[in-house]
Design a protein around this ligand. Structure first.
Ligand code: HEC
Length: 171
């Protein structure tokens, strides 16, 4: 009688433990999925920020807006955000609503070079923006644009393969 009770109790305890582990496992899988999604969203919003500053500088120049005093702020913002790009890709997430190529992590050294080049060109952009020389700024904007493209060419999925198309979303 006694041993049956012990066996029963042990059985229940074991069952509870299994359930607890199961719940914890599900919770951590959920946490991981959330962290993955967040990593994707963050790196995309960071890219939107650099895209926004590039567009602001282009618009001031293209339309000859009386806002040249804002150029340095946009260039500095761009350079500051450029420094965050490497951190934004620390977490490896290749699945989901993303256009990041797995090569980012498979060819990490190459990706690092592209990140560095971006940092270098945007730092130069700040210096050029301070000189208020539109021709020089035009040249450096091109160089910065090349740093964007230099990374996108190998590390971002081409538009035709973008999740945005597949999902029937924007663009
Ligand atoms: C070191 C690599 C790298 C550099 C440099 C870089 N990008 Fe990106 N960019 C990426 C990757 C990778 C993605 C795809 C991110 C994703 O979908 O998870 C991306 C995505 C984007 C997106 C789409 C964001 C979205 O909402 O889906 C825009 C816009 C963008 N980049 C603009 C720029 C501009 C403008 C520059 C230069 C001023 C730049 N990027 C420089 C790697 C880079």
């Amino acid at each position: 009688m006694h041993s049956i009770r012990i066996a029963l109790t042990t059985g229940i305890a074991a069952a509870l433990l299994v359930t607890a582990i199961g719940v914890a496992g599900a919770a951590s899988a959920q946490d991981a999925a959330k962290a993955d999604e967040g990593a994707i969203k963050y790196r995309q919003s960071l890219m939107e920020s650099v895209g926004g500053d590039m567009a602001s500088i282009s618009n001031i120049m293209k339309y000859g807006l009386p806002l040249t005093g804002n150029l340095v702020v946009h260039a500095e913002s761009l350079a500051a955000h450029a420094k965050l790009v490497s951190t934004a890709f620390e977490r490896k997430v290749t699945a989901g609503q993303t256009d990041a190529e797995p090569a980012i992590w498979a060819k990490a050294d190459e990706f690092k070079e592209k990140t560095k080049a971006f940092e270098t060109e945007t730092a130069k952009l700040v210096e050029v923006a301070k000189t208020s020389d539109p021709a020089a700024l035009g040249v450096q904007m091109k160089a910065t644009g090349k740093a964007c493209g230099g990374c996108h060419d190998n590390f971002r999925k081409p538009k035709e393969e973008s999740f945005k198309r597949k999902g029937g979303g924007g663009e």
